[in-house]
Write a protein that binds this ligand. Structure first.
Ligand code: C5P
Length: 238
């Protein structure tokens, strides 16, 4: 398995805040997650800005609706891979989320829509990962089983991987193999505040449990120096 990678969650509202963070982080961070806050406030402008800088965009809108609506949303997301002004350095959309609670038919519709739209536009297909159980949900009896069940469903439906907490990562890896991607939010360096997250782990813990992508938001974006915070986490990943 290749080395785990850091994804910074760009959970801010204004373009000014986002561009300051992107500039500050510079070359240290290659993948940025644009979620519902940023995308609702700024729309495709936010993803295009990153793509035009050659950054990989993880569009985390957790699509969860009837199969037809999700397929259409995925199709629109894949279209974000096309540069509006034929910029050769424009990066295609890297990854997007759908919610596994939507069921197999919805997940299959998402996977098929991504494949077909990428082919139609001649762009690289983004990775599709399924959200299992949010990391802000405390561990309960049955959480691990539910996450595993949803991860299996995601794989059967043709998704590339799942979003889960580090607590379930090792079981997912063991059950679904080396090639199935595991994206873990809820990452907290030892000294950081938990905020609203419940199922958390350190960067080192995440890697030991088999995570491929570590999603970090507030411990970096709210740090006095986001760049220093990111470099510290990158060092731990190495
Ligand atoms: O600030 P923090 O590091 O907690 O940010 C985590 C990010 O990961 C947030 O953008 C949140 O929406 C996202 N996320 C999560 N749990 C999931 C899926 C996504 O925390 N299961």
């Amino acid at each position: 398995m290749s080395k785990a990678q850091l994804i910074v969650a760009l959970d801010v509202e204004t373009f000014d805040e986002a561009s300051r963070l992107i500039d500050d982080l510079g070359d240290s961070v290659e993948i940025f997650k644009v979620g519902s806050q940023m995308f609702t406030a700024q729309g495709p402008f936010s993803t295009r800005y990153l793509q035009s800088k050659g950054k990989k965009v993880f569009l985390d809108l957790k699509f969860h609706d009837i199969p037809n609506t999700v397929a259409s949303a995925v199709k629109s997301a894949v279209s974000l891979s096309v540069s509006p002004n034929n910029d050769p350095g424009f990066a295609p959309l890297f990854m997007l989320t759908v919610h596994t609670a939507g069921g197999k038919e919805m997940l299959e519709a998402a996977a098929q829509a991504a494949q077909m739209q990428a082919k139609a536009l001649g762009v690289q297909r983004p990775l599709i990962v399924g959200v299992t159980v949010l990391t802000s949900t405390a561990k309960d009896v049955g959480t691990q089983e539910l996450v595993l069940e949803r991860a299996r469903l995601a794989k059967e439906a043709g998704l590339d991987g799942v979003v889960a907490s580090v607590e379930e990562a090792a079981a997912i890896r063991q059950s679904l193999g080396q090639d199935f991607l595991i994206v873990t939010p809820g990452i907290r360096p030892a000294e950081a505040s938990l905020n609203d997250q419940k199922r958390v782990a350190t960067p080192k813990g995440a890697i030991e449990q088999g995570s491929n992508f570590l999603v970090v938001g507030r411990p970096i974006i709210q740090a006095a120096s986001p760049r220093a915070a990111a470099l510290k986490i990158l060092e731990e990943i190495k």
